[in-house]
Ligand binder design. Structure first.
Ligand code: NDP
Length: 329
């Protein structure tokens, strides 16, 4: 029988700015039926954490934050047979509470972590890497020679997408907010990079594609880029709206799709793609494959202590980060 423990964790009593996150001692019950208790070695920092913190994505309060981590199983609840104490595991699951030294989580969300992948890399890539896996392989099955537009190409999701697209022979046109980030995206495999703070990205995409437009746009910026993104698509192109870093996309008329050439649109979420265990395992095997082989390298570009989570959020929202970021308990 496992005892109650005390763990350091981030809790919030209300939604708001970074300051609503409190670093506290929290009582953690033994894992319930079907759950495992994981001791985190590293925790992922993701933009979705900002949406939960601000209340853009609602949740019951008080609450924890964080949806991604990597570590070791410390205890298991009744009926858990797929993982055991001492296993190295990682996860990305829409269950807040990863910002903690230890947490309980359904064992069905955990993936065994191959020995060749370290905890830091795992925490940096589970959510962002699985996202790139489904975006490039499942939402649209891209093939060599395709040309796509990928916004925020120097971000966490972005740098993985630059590399993975290159491996697939896909020409990725990336957008970024500074010249330093442009260099980074190019160094990671982007075929072209546009600084959307100094250039008109719609005009540049038309120039780069000889007026044709791209077959797919991956837009995680939302409000600020949505309409311009539609304007970058070739007829019958696919708009993949998968985030809202600048704010949610306002309502729009479906005729906008028709007038631009019978466009398609989807608003996917990793957590729907990962909701089927067999599909999640396939996605993870694909990710572990390209990372294990070195074809995609996930670099931890920022690292913060759990106690410094407020600064980590300020930097992420302030567009000061690039690539992946981890939190260390
Ligand atoms: P990033 O590291 O990409 O950080 C967000 C980046 O967005 C910033 O660095 C900045 O890059 C850019 N940005 C543009 N406008 C703004 C703005 N107004 N405020 C803040 N940032 C802005 O984050 P992640 O890699 O964690 O996530 C990238 C996006 O993908 C997020 O929107 C996230 O929600 C989404 N996502 C969606 C998933 C899904 O399944 N639907 C899963 C995972 C992530 P720059 O300075 O270059 O403009």
């Amino acid at each position: 029988m496992t005892d109650m423990i005390t763990t350091k964790a981030i809790r919030m009593q209300r939604t708001g700015g970074p300051e609503v996150m409190e670093y506290v001692d929290m009582e953690l019950a033994p894992p319930g039926p079907g759950e495992a208790r994981v001791r985190h070695e590293a925790i992922g920092l993701n933009f979705i954490d900002v949406y939960f913190r601000t209340g853009l994505y609602p949740q019951l309060l008080p609450a924890g934050l964080g949806v991604e981590g990597a570590g070791v199983v410390e205890a298991v609840g009744e009926g858990v047979s797929d993982v055991k104490v001492g296993d190295r595991v990682a996860y990305a699951a829409r269950i807040n509470g990863a910002y903690a030294e230890q947490r309980n989580i359904p064992a069905s969300a955990l993936l065994a972590l191959p020995e060749r992948i370290g905890f830091d890399t795992a925490a940096a890539m589970m959510l962002q890497g699985l996202t790139v896996q489904y975006l490039l392989h499942r939402t649209v099955a891209l093939k060599a020679g395709d040309t796509i537009l990928f916004h925020a190409a120097a971000g966490g999701v972005g740098l993985i997408a630059c590399q993975w697209a290159k491996v697939m022979g896909v020409n990725l046109i990336g957008t970024v907010g500074s010249d330093e980030k442009a260099q980074l995206a190019l160094a990671n495999g982007a075929a072209h990079v546009i600084n959307y703070n100094t250039e008109n990205f719609v005009e540049r995409v038309r120039e780069i594609t000889g007026g044709k437009g791209v077959s797919v746009v991956y837009d995680s910026i939302g409000k600020d880029t949505f309409t311009g993104s539609l304007d970058c698509l070739a007829p019958l192109g696919m708009m993949v709206s998968f985030g809202n870093a600048s704010g949610p996309v306002p309502p729009f008329s479906l005729t906008e799709l028709g007038s631009r050439g019978s466009l398609f649109i989807t608003r996917p979420s990793l957590f729907s793609y990962a909701s089927d265990r067999a599909r999640l395992e396939e996605m993870a095997a694909s990710l572990f494959g390209v990372v294990g082989s070195g074809e995609v390298q996930v670099e931890v570009r920022q690292r913060y202590k759990l106690a410094d989570i407020v600064q980590a959020h300020r930097d992420l929202e302030g567009r000061k980060t690039s690539g992946s970021t981890i939190i260390v308990p």
